[in-house]
Design a protein around this ligand. Structure first.
Ligand code: PRP
Length: 216
């Protein structure tokens, strides 16, 4: 009997960049999540289906086994508290950088030097906490869920920690990046129990993704 494999993905850039990897594993979706409202998407393979979830929910689906596999950004994985995830591959997609950014007219270096306690707005509180602790800086972290760029402009925060890809969003909001925290890319994640129980189906997929992602 064929085991059904569920792959958790988010819409947008991760979905688009995952398509060639799925194609390399012989999987093609039968709907486009940008056009369809369906949250479960069947594929050309009766034993493989996709579930479309929020990016930050992908690790949760895979942790609990509602998804056998998933694709999630390192940014999301670092903020995810749960275990049970095997991360066999860096897929080298969704590449960007986690940065500290401030208003163009804010002297970050001087504020750091005089030991100012900065207000930092971010969706990535774990990463931000570790980054500033490692620098020996005391900061007040303000949790936001989006549009971080607005925080320095409105006086909510002195700095933000956010993802930067082209840099256009920072520029459009009169912000500049002052520190790189880490490079970010998307990872394949696999439920540990599923890897054991469905290894025959999952292992060839991992190998096809690895070849398509140019990994040894
Ligand atoms: C990310 C990030 C920035 C933007 C950076 O947001 O939070 O706002 O992309 O990209 P850029 O450097 O190319 O301008 P995203 O569009 O992923 O949406 P989000 O706010 O929901 O995270």
């Amino acid at each position: 009997m064929n085991q059904v494999i569920t792959i958790a993905l988010s819409k947008g850039r991760i979905f688009d960049e995952t398509m060639p990897l799925l194609a390399a594993a012989g999987i093609s979706p039968q709907d486009d999540p940008e056009k369809s409202r369906k949250l479960i998407i069947t594929t050309n393979r009766p034993d493989v289906r996709l579930v479309i979830v929020r990016a930050s929910d992908v690790p949760t689906y895979v942790q609990y086994g509602a998804g056998d596999l998933g694709v999630a950004g390192k940014d999301v994985l670092l903020e995810h508290a749960g275990g049970g995830l095997y991360q066999p591959l860096d897929l080298a997609i969704g590449k960007c950088r986690m940065m500290v950014a401030v208003r163009k007219d804010f002297d970050y270096a001087a504020a750091v030097q005089r030991g100012a306690r900065l207000n930092v707005a971010t969706k990535y509180v774990q990463v931000a906490r570790e980054h500033f602790a490692a620098k020996g800086m005391h900061v007040n972290l303000i949790k936001l869920y989006g549009s971080m760029e607005l925080a320095p402009m409105t006086g909510l925060a002195d700095a933000i920690v956010d993802l930067v890809s082209t840099g256009n969003t920072l520029k459009a909001n009169q912000l500049v990046a002052v520190e790189e925290i880490m490079p970010i890319s998307s990872r394949l994640i696999v439920n540990r129990a599923a890897l054991k129980l469905k290894r025959e189906s999952i292992q060839p997929m991992i190998e096809a993704f690895a070849r398509a992602a140019g990994q040894p």
